[in-house]
Ligand binder design. Structure first.
Ligand SMILES: [Zn+2]
Length: 438
């Protein structure tokens, strides 16, 4: 088979007969050809920050929630359940509220991409706002599943003051709307106030649909730390131009064309009869019809944690030192502030209340990961790329964020953009089937 990469990639692939690699992509990224990178980010980019998984007995969060007898863990993010039983969500918010965690190297890599004039947009499935915290401007971010950044009353829609909501969340107290007219309608209590996180049963934010057009402008797509199991997010990889190189940085290879269609990846029509993906990444050139097919290979898979992929790219671009410095400097400030806050409000913060099994476990995890990262940074490149050894470390953030990712699942049909394609109806229905089953 005669392999060819798109002209932009080919220029940086010394061995024209070989598949492009992350190095090829890195060289392309470093060149002045790339100015509109679109990044699709999933739970994996935040894992190293130590965001706890509330299902894991190790974090203590599960134990905290046990007394609420959730029918299944995801119920905590269901709008119907929240309306009847809001306390579990606020108990969880206490642990998840942004500020407890420091952004990862990957988040700072995204910031650097922007500062180097390379970034068009980051679409993230995460609700942790760590990209904002790392200094990425809000206009560069599309929080596909919402975030804690803003909150409003679910009855009257009034947006509440961010600081007030933060206090409520950090105390684990149920937040209620103070609007008089809202109180009247709710027998004096006021409607429930909830962060603008997309719950099961809610639509995706307008901004997600408004910014879909960015994908058509992308000159490089980087997909990081996501299993691409959730629609409509998963379909975004097919919205970039056919000449746009696509890099996947993930622990597992996902989103392959021709792979079993376990998600709602199909593009409609015949796909319902053929359970294989018709679209998606084509790392192996499967879509080439025969040996003489000269169509280019433009998809690259880098197996590893997102921090490893980010370091790899930064290294090729000559930004590695800058990236390490900026992360270490800001981490130091974060740790100092956290220590100061802990000392000044003894007993008031969640870490004390949660006890030794709670946040302290998450902190230990974060420390562990931080050490791991600094070790990885120390290692020669060849070592770093061999990332599979510690693949199993990160159940913590992955699961929670994965669940949060699933939040939009049941809404993907109703939340369609105006010019929707029939394929999404399929996707929506299939996704519906995959609703929480624990
Ligand atoms: Zn209200």
């Amino acid at each position: 088979m005669s392999l060819r990469t798109p002209s932009v990639l080919a220029a940086f692939n010394p061995d024209k007969a070989a598949f492009p690699t992350i190095e090829t992509v890195g060289k392309l990224l470093a060149s002045d050809k790339i100015k509109k990178v679109v990044v699709l980010a999933g739970a994996g980019v935040s894992t190293a920050s130590g965001i706890p998984d509330f299902r894991s007995p190790d974090t203590g969060l599960y134990a905290n929630l046990a007394k609420y007898k959730l029918p299944y863990p995801e119920a905590i993010f269901e709008i119907g359940y929240f309306q009847s039983t809001p306390q579990p969500f606020f108990t969880l918010s206490k642990e998840l509220y942004p500020g407890n965690f420091h952004p990862t190297l990957t988040h700072y890599f995204l910031r650097l991409l922007n500062e180097k004039g390379k970034l068009l947009r980051v679409f993230t499935q995460n609700i942790d706002t760590l990209d904002r915290l790392a200094g990425l401007p809000a206009e560069r971010i599309v929080e596909a599943h919402g975030s804690f950044a803003t909150s409003r009353c679910i009855k009257c829609g009034t947006e509440v003051d961010g600081e007030w909501m933060k206090e409520k969340c950090l105390k684990g107290e149920i937040a209620r709307c103070a609007e008089e007219r809202c109180k009247k309608r709710t027998g004096g209590k006021g409607g429930l106030v909830k962060p603008d996180i997309v719950f099961f049963g809610e639509g995706l934010p307008n901004r997600f649909f408004e910014r879909l057009s960015d994908l058509k402008e992308a000159d490089l797509l980087i997909t990081m730390g996501t299993s691409l199991q959730v629609q409509p997010f998963a379909s975004l990889i097919d919205r970039v131009p056919s000449s746009c190189p696509r890099l996947l940085i993930n622990l597992e290879r996902v989103g392959d064309i021709g792979s079993e269609d376990s998600s709602s990846f199909s593009s409609g029509g015949l796909s319902s009869y053929f359970p294989l993906r018709e679209s998606g990444f084509d790392f192996d050139g499967l879509s080439l019809r025969d040996k003489s097919d000269k169509r280019p290979i433009r998809d690259v898979f880098f197996q590893g944690k997102t921090d490893e992929g980010a370091l790899e790219l930064a290294g090729i671009c000559g930004w590695e030192e800058e990236l390490r410095e900026i992360w270490a400097r800001e981490k130091k400030v974060f740790d100092e502030q956290k220590a100061a806050a802990g000392a000044s409000s003894e007993g008031a913060t969640q870490s004390e209340k949660t006890g030794t099994d709670g946040l302290s476990a998450a902190e230990k995890e974060a420390d562990k990961v931080a050490k791991e990262v600094s070790r990885a940074v120390e290692q020669p490149k060849s070592k770093r790329t061999d990332a599979t050894e510690s693949q199993h470390q990160d159940a913590t953030g992955e699961d929670l964020a994965e669940q949060v990712s699933k939040l939009s699942v049941s809404t993907s049909t109703s939340a369609e953009e105006p010019r929707k394609e029939t394929s999404h109806d399929q996707a929506g229905k299939k996704a519906e089937d995959r609703k929480p089953s624990l």
